[in-house]
Design a protein around this ligand. Sequence first.
Ligand code: MG
Length: 221
Amino acid sequence: MQKLVLFDLDNTLINRQWALTEWAADFCRLQGLSDEDEGHLVGALRERAYPATFERLRQELGLEAQATDLWDNYVTGITAGVPRRPDIVEALDQLHEARWRLGILTNGAADIQRAKIAAAGITEAVDAIVISEEIGARKPEADAFHVAVARCGGTPWEEAWMVGDNPENDIRGAQTAGLGTIWVSHHRPWPDHLTPPNHAVPDTLSAIALLLNTTQTRTAR
Ligand SMILES: [Mg+2]
């Protein structure tokens, strides 16, 4: 039997926060927006962005450009700002060599999520890419995890894990769907009101190392 691991995308496989901060600074400088506007922009886009988000921001910030053009600018800018991660790709390849099946499960709009995955160089490193907009279910809904597990093929699974940085969407969702959980903490404390993950690690490379080293570990069901 095979082993399966699903990865979150933003701030798990790629550093979205860094790309967002860089893009927002450039955008606000070119548009002549204030530091306060920049803070508002980053806050509005912190968790997730869709074309409709720019419809609202356009009005709030008094921008003249069409929302569709602002969205295109954002997609291009963020994609250009996503650092390539050869270290992550190498670690994913090691999982493949150890007979793991790999999937990405991410909430968001399909165009920008796929563009970021390509920019980071990880499209070919996984077996399935599952984006909420394309499947009509989003984390933390259990259905989103079930679709992603099915897309990776090869069931039944000897082990099935979720790796992500969001306690609610990634960890609580995966617990509901019956997966083992590894939380990428980025050195944050676990929120007390939620059931803790099976493992907490500071970064994604540590999560992959844990999977490679604990292949005998059974997931909590
Ligand atoms: Mg994330």
